[in-house]
Each structure stands twice: as structure tokens, then as C-alpha cells.
Design a protein around this ligand. Structure first.
Ligand code: AMP
Ligand code: MG
Length: 399
């Protein structure tokens, strides 16, 4: 994106005050004649001559002839407003925001591949570019499979469990910046599943199922995906825990990618993190695909058994007063124990072995560094320690 306009488009005042010629204020106090006034959105054609000043508001175009603005706090205006007295000299250029100081016309503001953050959208609006070429968000259809699942209100029928995966996956798809489409809960029934998947494939850029992909599952999900993918599904056992079973393929006339996540709720969410989210980010045009990882201090032992797999332990990560990230277990680590996943904001990566003991360092994948890395409450407020304490933050007073 190359800017066709400069920002600011014209020199303007950074403060409320008086536009004047700096040379007139070399010796102070000095009194100047107020020959006009100008506000943001207006334009004063009257030039500022020697011994003159123009009352100017923040954002107003600098009138011709002026080369500085003295902020109103340093001035005294006569009762009728015709004269202004300055107690302090103005430097040439003082309190002026020059044309192009933010963006110069012809400048490349964003290279291709830029993620359009809120500030980027503001910059684009500021240069008058209201239409840009962008990679659309993938629309991801999410469906649950399993005869044991119950979706309604009221008490659970005997032997049934509630469908927790669909809501969790829809939310995590949305939170990751993709458009989530609820394709519902589908019984372990070939016809119903085939119809749901084909309907989803016609409406979505990618599909995500949960359940029915593990070894030993009833063959319904497997049979239907195998059929719709023309035999191209890959049924994987990944050397991680949780999130070991995983299936991937493309279905329907549009070869829509399908992520077959396991049914266990933690496995489903961790599979999303490890396999689906990076792929969907790539579809969305992102260059950075993975979550950030930090080296953290374990505040307690995170034990495990050697089994040839990488373990991903749900942990609570916090910045501590020593400036390091510290982690501790978020609770029960079974792949059916979603509560600890809900309390966690990171996954500690434990390579094969016996785990770590208290005080050891461990790699941690931050699931939500923005909202999920609260400052340790014992840390002082950085604004206060850096000198922007409540009193001075309240503004007003001498500049
Ligand atoms: P599956 O992968 O279908 O063999 O399911 C593995 C485990 O996850 C079983 O205990 C299922 O009951 C459970 N499960 C499957 N789907 C869901 C779901 N949508 N919500 C909660 N639990 C589920
Ligand atoms: Mg199942």
C-alpha cells in the first residue's frame, strides 16, 4: 500500500494558542496584535505579519507567514482579545505538526502480508484508502459427532454427555480471527454425517469435526470422510499427549480441507492449537503461524512418564517480579479434564523424559499472551514507576 496522500495533509497547530513569527518573540515579554482566529476545519487566508498573531486551535491549518505557535498557557490576552502578551519566546517550528510528518505521499505504508490491525485500518482511513486487497478470513464450519452427545436443555439422558467441544471450538475459531460457522451436532449415522459435511463443504473454506478419529472408534466418521475425500484422508497418530489422533484430508468438489479432531475435549482444543490453527492462519494470509513461545520457570514440579511423546501440560503463566515468566499446573491433566484447559493460558512443553522439577526452566507456548498474561499483582504499575503517577496523569497544570 503506497500512500497517495500525506498525513497530516497540511501544516497545523499541535496546541490551542497563537500562531506568530518566532522572530517577534526573541525578547519577552512582548505584545502582539491579534489579527484573526482559526479553528480546526476552517482555513484562514490572512497572512500573519510582523508584530501580529492569530488565535489558533489544535488541528487548525497554520496561517501563511506564521512559523510557530505559542500555547495559550504561556500567554495573556487583553480584555477585548485584540492583544496578546507572551511571557516566553517561541522557537521556529514550535507546536507545529508539519505536512507529511506521519505519512509522506508516495511512501509505502504497509508491505503486502501486513495484518490489518485496528491502527492499520486507521492509517488506511487517514490516507483515504477505503478499499484494499486483503486475504479474507477463512470461514470454518465446526461439527460434533457422537451418539453419546446431548445438546438440549434440562437433565442429561442416562449415559449421555453434553457436547462441550462444539462451543469451545467455535469460540476458539472466532478468537483466532476466523469466521466460525456452527454445523451442529451430528449422530454417528452415515447419511446424516455425509449430508452435514457436504453442506458444510459448500458453505465453508475449511471444516472441523470432533470425535470418531481415534483407533477403535466406530467406523462412521472414518467411513464417511474416507468416501468424501476420495480416499485421500490421512489418519495420524502424533507423538504428543494430548492430541495424539488426528485426521486431515480434502472433501467435496471444492477440495475443502477437513481437520478431524479427536473427541476428548482437551485433545480437541490442543489439536486445534497444534495442527488446525497454524494451517488456518496460513489460509488467512498470515506469515507468523504459531503461538509465541517463552522459556519459563516452573514454580512446581511438572512430572511425567517417559513414553516417547512430547507432553503439553496446561499451565498458568505469569510474569513475576524477577521479570521472568513463571508457570504452574492449571489442574487435572487428563485429556477429558477441560476445566484445567479453561484455567490455563499456556501449554508447557515437556519433552520425553521425567518432566521438570521446581525451579527448572521449561518452554511454554502462550495461548493468549494478550489477555492471559496478567501482570503479577505484586508488580508495581509501570506507569507509576516511570513517572506518570496519578497526579501528573490527571493533566492540567503547567506544561
Ligand atoms: P471419540 O474421539 O469420539 O472416541 O471420543 C473420545 C471421548 O471424547 C469420548 O469420551 C467422547 O464421549 C468424548 N467426546 C466426543 N465428542 C465430544 C464432544 N463434542 N463434547 C464432549 N465430549 C466429547
Ligand atoms: Mg465418538
Amino acid at each position: 500500500m503506497v500512500a497517495r496522500e500525506a498525513v497530516p495533509p497540511f501544516a497545523n497547530s499541535a496546541v490551542d494558542g497563537y500562531a506568530l513569527r518566532a522572530a517577534d518573540t526573541a525578547s519577552v515579554p512582548v505584545t502582539l496584535a491579534v489579527v484573526g482566529s482559526t479553528m480546526a476545519g476552517s482555513y484562514l487566508d490572512r497572512a500573519v505579519g510582523t508584530g501580529e498573531a492569530v488565535r489558533i486551535m489544535t488541528g487548525a491549518p497554520l496561517p501563511p507567514g506564521a512559523d510557530a505557535v505559542c500555547m495559550v498557557e504561556w500567554t495573556t490576552t487583553s480584555a477585548n482579545g485584540a492583544l496578546v502578551t507572551l511571557g516566553r519566546s517561541a522557537r521556529p517550528g514550535e507546536s507545529i505538526r508539519h505536512a507529511g510528518e506521519d505519512v509522506v505521499a508516495g511512501q509505502e505504508v504497509f508491505p503486502s502480508g501486513t495484518v490489518l490491525t485496528p491502527a492499520c485500518l486507521g492509517v488506511l482511513a487517514g490516507i483515504g484508502e477505503t478499499t484494499v486487497l486483503a486475504v479474507p478470513r477463512p470461514r470454518v464450519g465446526v461439527l460434533s459427532t457422537g451418539d453419546e452427545l446431548y445438546d438440549g436443555p434440562g437433565p442429561l439422558p442416562r449415559g449421555a454427555i453434553r457436547d462441550s467441544n462444539r462451543l469451545a471450538l467455535l469460540a476458539t475459531v472466532g478468537q483466532s480471527g476466523f469466521d466460525a460457522l456452527d454445523l451442529g451436532l451430528v449422530r454417528d449415522d452415515e447419511r446424516a454425517l455425509r449430508a452435514a459435511l457436504l453442506d458444510g463443504a459448500a458453505r465453508c473454506d475449511a471444516l472441523m469435526t470432533s470425535g470418531g478419529v481415534s483407533v477403535g472408534d466406530r467406523d462412521v466418521v472414518k467411513a464417511v470422510l474416507e468416501e468424501l475425500s476420495g480416499g485421500s484422508m490421512r489418519w495420524m497418530q502424533v507423538a504428543v499427549r494430548p492430541a495424539k489422533p488426528f485426521a486431515f484430508g480434502e472433501i467435496g468438489p471444492g477440495a475443502v480441507p477437513v481437520f478431524g479432531l479427536p473427541g476428548n475435549p482437551v485433545s480437541a482444543m490442543v489439536s486445534f492449537e497444534l495442527y488446525a490453527r497454524p494451517a488456518l492462519r496460513k489460509m488467512a494470509g498470515h506469515e507468523v503461524l504459531g503461538r509465541p513461545q517463552v522459556l519459563a520457570v516452573a514454580d512446581e514440579a511438572l512430572a511425567r512418564r517417559s513414553d516417547g511423546k512430547l507432553h503439553l501440560v496446561r499451565v498458568v503463566a505469569r510474569y513475576a517480579p524477577d521479570g521472568l515468566v513463571h508457570v504452574r499446573s492449571a489442574g487435572g491433566q487428563g485429556s477429558h479434564q477441560l476445566h484445567a484447559m479453561a484455567l490455563a493460558n499456556a501449554l508447557a512443553l515437556l519433552p520425553d523424559g521425567a518432566g521438570v522439577t521446581r525451579g527448572d526452566t521449561v518452554h511454554a507456548m502462550l495461548l493468549d499472551p494478550g489477555t492471559a498474561m496478567p501482570l503479577d499483582p505484586s508488580l508495581p504499575d509501570a506507569l507509576d514507576t516511570l513517572g506518570a503517577g496519578p497526579a501528573s496523569r490527571a493533566s492540567g497544570g503547567a506544561p
